[in-house]
Design a protein around this ligand. Structure first.
Ligand SMILES: [Zn+2]
Length: 663
């Protein structure tokens, strides 16, 4: 979700003490069906030189400086009306009135489209006016707060982030007033044909909060369930971090597949809100962004910590509560995704700013979440939670960096964490840890175990869990390593049978081949992946369409008869020809999981040279064509079978830990 808070954080980072007292008061009348906006605003500007801008698509009706018209001349620049104010010895009051047409709402947009666009759109089914589209005059610095009055036709409801002061319906219009008392750069306005579910609650910690859903009529019955869930998250995170910083929280439906989090609200697509699991997963993530990201802002010059911390305290935490197996499964999924990252796509965590594609999510969300997991392992849950609370107390509504987080945790844990943060934030990649050898020797009533661990030339400092399997069960030894090759020794009283390296995957590391079974995403993400067509005619046309959907780049296409290229390969064809081609190339035959299932199958394998192979096999051209759309969504699988466009079976090859037998 969201990449909206960046400019504000920049403004906060530049002026953390908020020298100005800039305020904005705005009145907007919106006609969604006609796409018309008419508005006026009063900006109170501090004494420093300032610049005010508004999208040039709007006609400016009037401008006044301190009550005098025509004192302030504007210019046009880069698609904006721009007004400049020189420094002065007192605050200024600038009034601007404007009107204009908005773009019509396009319900066919994808989430990726809506993320990239700062366009104000309006329609009877929904209007979204992001502040970044400059639909209202914007000052180049953070406001200390704003007040907004919105006026829409009776059948519509509208809102902005902040406290709802009052609302009424009269004369065929709905009018609502909002006030936001915290730093903000600009205002996002949302309207739609909403049914409102409203509940005034007191959280377990005692905060008075007004909860609302603004839902389209077709999903209005889901409102009460969402409000129950929101209250649960407010209680959870208030107890964990500190008081919720706003007086409202609203869940607002969007006719496009959006996922945005703003202070005090989240704006999610109707189809997303309909999914029954969203209130147990994404909703909690979005609520938590009121603390991380929209409460403490990210100082973008120093990397985005908020997605990783939010993922750890929401998505990961919910799995942990389901049980140890669910938590391990999520860590394995993250590590496998990382192992599937093509060389050159990896970046140090400190450079992650916002999510653009799969690779940045793997580092910015998953590696970061795993870093918080390892930190909690290192300093203990009590110090970890104390650090979080101190960070929140000190940084609320400021722009904070990884360095600020590190200081808060160091204070709570009373230890230096610079080596920990430096290696996980500044280094690319991950340790490739190997269990080289291990031995057990009986020594009186106990056994002495020695083991050798190895990692790359520039080693990480790690606390490595080694699991000893004995006749009386398993136990974990934590050993500290910091050299490229390290011998460790410890004792056990039960007869040891085997030693395993981090089988629970509690370290962020590059999994060994057996630990990271191949998944489809490896070939899909790699920009070097070439396509081999194992068919002709109509099937070849369908195969090219599949390749176009599955790969994120335009691939080199080879014929089946040629030698296998020395890059990752996506082979696509009809079943009998695919089987013959695998045999002729000396590749492993079709696995039993995908032998006799469905009209088409795909599976991932590793070639003898270590390069990735993805095979897509179908009964006929129509079966190939049918999987072009669904297949890209299953990158985390090792194998999958389709009947037409429907996935009927799928799975991941098992992960086998590094293990040395001791008996
Ligand atoms: Zn997020």
């Amino acid at each position: 979700m969201k990449a909206r808070a960046r400019a504000l954080a920049l403004a906060l980072a530049a002026a953390p003490a908020l020298a100005s007292a800039a305020q904005l008061e705005l009145e907007a009348t919106l006609d969604p069906a006609g796409g018309a906006l008419r508005a006026r605003a009063v900006l109170v500007v501090g004494r420093a030189a300032a610049e005010i801008s508004l999208a040039a698509r709007f006609a400016v009706d009037a401008v006044a400086l301190d009550g005098r018209r025509d004192e302030l001349a504007g210019t046009l620049r880069d698609g904006l009306h721009v007004w400049r104010l020189p420094a002065a010895d007192r605050e200024r009051r600038v009034e601007i009135a404007w009107h204009g047409a908005l773009d019509p709402l396009d319900e066919t947009l994808s989430h990726r489209d809506t993320l990239g666009h700062a366009r104000a759109v309006a329609g009877a089914r929904g209007s979204f006016l992001p502040g970044a589209a400059r639909w209202h005059p914007v000052l180049g610095e953070a406001l200390e707060g704003y007040r907004v009055t919105i006026d829409v036709p009776e059948g519509q409801r509208a809102l902005v982030a902040g406290r709802l002061l009052d609302e009424r319906v009269s004369g065929g219009r709905y009018r609502a007033r909002f006030a936001y008392p915290h730093p903000a750069l600009d205002i996002d306005l949302i309207a739609g044909p909403y049914r409102i579910e409203d509940r005034e609650v007191r959280t377990a910690a005692g905060s008075a909060v007004r909860l609302r859903t603004y839902f389209h009529p077709e999903i209005a019955p889901l409102g009460p369930g969402y409000l129950d869930a929101v209250l649960g998250y407010l209680d959870r995170y208030e107890a964990w971090i500190g008081a919720y910083p706003h007086t409202e929280f609203s869940v607002v439906s969007s006719p496009t597949p959006t996922g945005f989090g703003m202070p005090s609200l989240t704006y999610l697509g109707i189809d997303v809100l309909r999914l029954p699991f969203i209130r147990f997963t994404s909703l909690g993530h979005e609520v938590l962004h009121n603390w991380w990201g929209n409460g403490v802002h990210v100082d973008p010059a120093q990397g985005n910590w908020s997605e990783g911390l939010t993922t750890f305290m929401a998505d990961y935490r919910y799995q942990e509560e389901r049980g140890a197996q669910a938590a391990r499964d999520l860590r394995l999924a993250w590590l496998r995704d990382f192992a599937a990252l093509p060389p050159g796509e990896d970046r140090p965590l400190a450079q992650f700013v916002a999510r653009h594609h799969g690779a940045s999510q793997i580092v910015g969300y998953h590696k970061a979440a795993m870093t918080f997991f390892m930190l909690r392992e290192l300093i203990g849950a009590q110090a970890f939670d104390a650090g979080l609370r101190e960070f929140w107390r000190a940084q609320r509504f400021r722009a904070a960096s990884w360095g600020d987080l590190q200081r808060a945790f160091e204070q709570a844990a009373r230890r230096d964490l610079s080596a920990f943060f430096a290696q996980w934030l500044e280094r690319t990649g991950a340790p490739a840890l190997r269990l080289v050898e291990a031995r057990a020797q009986q020594d009186g009533a106990s056994w002495r175990i020695t083991a050798t661990l190895a990692q790359d030339a520039v080693p990480y400092r790690l606390r490595v869990p080694l699991v000893v399997r004995t006749d009386e069960g398993a136990h974990t030894e934590l050993v500290d390593v910091q050299s490229a090759r390290e011998s460790v020794a410890f004792r056990t009283t039960a007869r040891p049978r085997a030693l395993e390296l981090d089988p629970e995957l509690r370290l962020f590391r590059r999994l060994a081949p057996g630990e990271a079974p191949p998944i489809l995403r490896q070939a899909m993400l790699d920009p070097a992946t070439a396509v081999v067509l194992v068919c002709g005619g109509d099937a070849a046309r369908a195969a090219r369409a599949v390749a176009g959907r599955v790969l994120e780049h335009a691939p080199q296409v080879h014929a089946a008869a040629t030698e296998l290229p020395a890059v990752p390969v996506l082979a696509i064809g009809l079943a009998a020809e695919v089987d013959a081609w695998l045999a002729q190339q000396g590749l492993a035959p079709r696995p039993p999981e995908v032998a006799a299932q469905g009209s088409a199958q795909a599976w991932a394998a590793t070639r003898r040279d270590g390069r990735a192979l993805m095979v897509v096999s179908a009964r006929d051209a129509a079966a190939l064509e049918a999987l072009a759309r669904p297949l890209p969504h299953y990158g985390r699988q090792s194998w999958i079978a389709f009947e037409g466009a429907k996935a009927v079976a799928r799975g991941v090859w098992p992960s086998v830990p590094q293990r040395v037998r001791l008996d």
